[in-house]
Design a protein around this ligand. Sequence first.
Ligand SMILES: Nc1ncnc2c1ncn2[C@@H]1O[C@H](COP(=O)(O)OP(=O)(O)OP(=O)(O)O)[C@@H](O)[C@H]1O
Ligand SMILES: [Mg+2]
Length: 421
Amino acid sequence: MDQNDLKPINDLLPQTQAKKPVDPKEIFNEFLLKKRIFKDKEILSSSFVPDVILHRDEEIQKLSSVLAPSLLLERVSNVLIYGFSGTGKSLVTRYVAHNLASTAMEKEVDVMPLYINCRLENNITEYRLISNLCTIFGIKAPVSGLSVSILYKKLISVIDSKERVVIIILDEIEKLIQHSGDEILYSLLRMNELLKKSKLSIIGISNNTNLKSLLDQRVKSSLSPVEIVFRPYNAVEIADILSIRARDAFFENALGEGVIQKCAALAAQENGDIRKALNLLRVAGEIAQQSGDSMIKEEHLDKANEILEQNITEEMVKSMTKQAKCVLYSLIAASKAKKMGKVYSGEVYEYYFKYADRFGLKKLTFRRVSDLIADMDYNSLIMSKIRSNGRYGRTRELELAFSNTLLLRIENILLSDLNQI
Ligand SMILES: Nc1ncnc2c1ncn2[C@@H]1O[C@H](COP(=O)(O)OP(=O)(O)OP(=O)(O)O)[C@@H](O)[C@H]1O
Ligand SMILES: [Mg+2]
């Protein structure tokens, strides 16, 4: 017998520095030992419905008063709700609608507030929206095939089968109008004339304060809405709202001093956008957690702000047309040739002339390219300054408005999109 046969098996293995095997338990324990930041991250998501709504008493009061007569089965005014993004329009409207529906149930009156988000694909055309309404009222509507007018007829007969008030809430209504025109509003409003027992009103919600200018005169006059404007929250109000959300979202002591205030101040600069403030807090928490810190500090917030700004810029660039992408690519090339110095529209155009060919685009006129440059200026992708150039007239000096790290990423996005056929 070989001596080796008697040795324990481990001794038979090569005695070199064996790499320690990965132990999942160790990873789990380490994770649990790491100071934890989030108690419940969901609470910071913008789809989370908070228990309390602060600083919107006036808006809640106004909307509730407009809708109250529906409880006497009276027709209520149409309403248009405006305000910047993240000012609580959807939250408040749904809250009031929910309370209206439950009061109606208690009092045994038939009031039906129906919430429709026009951003969603399946509500964006008139046919889909009306067939969704049909489904709510138990009418079977095929995905296509019937004419919209038949759907309207079916809808009217079912709605009018009893005395009731229907309130259709069209959230992000500008998406519906942009996509399908305002005729649909007119048709919905015209249903009222055909309803005998029941009544119908519309609440439109939009972050486009110019919404009425998108509407035809005829639609405007039959809508003649009560208008409710949601003013932006100020920094103090944002801090109040955030504090409540943060209390349930984070572990005690996970929030450093001044973090909520700073976050609120940043969001206040963005027209009081609570969604942005919540995102900032969440990303700052994630950064703190990744770096193994037990507390979110102002520096994490700064980093989070940087990341979110970058994401916004990248999204904006991605959503540009191919021509605009080509102009921006040319602008970058022109600035690089001048060591990132200022460039003139004429120089950008020279590059554009070359790149339009390379990327197989039809060449636009200098004027159209200047318009696209003006759009980028408006969207803060570039900064421009008009300079009077003596007897040569006025020229536009252009400069890129993003950091060098972002520049590389933007260039990659542009290149890959422009190379796609
Ligand atoms: N007063 C408030 N109290 C608590 N949370 C709020 C308040 N206002 C807004 N929020 C929260 O902020 C986020 C954004 O609010 P909401 O979705 O209502 O904004 P919006 O005005 O509809 O924005 P958009 O125009 O982009 O649709 C949501 O998570 C909401 O819960
Ligand atoms: Mg909304």
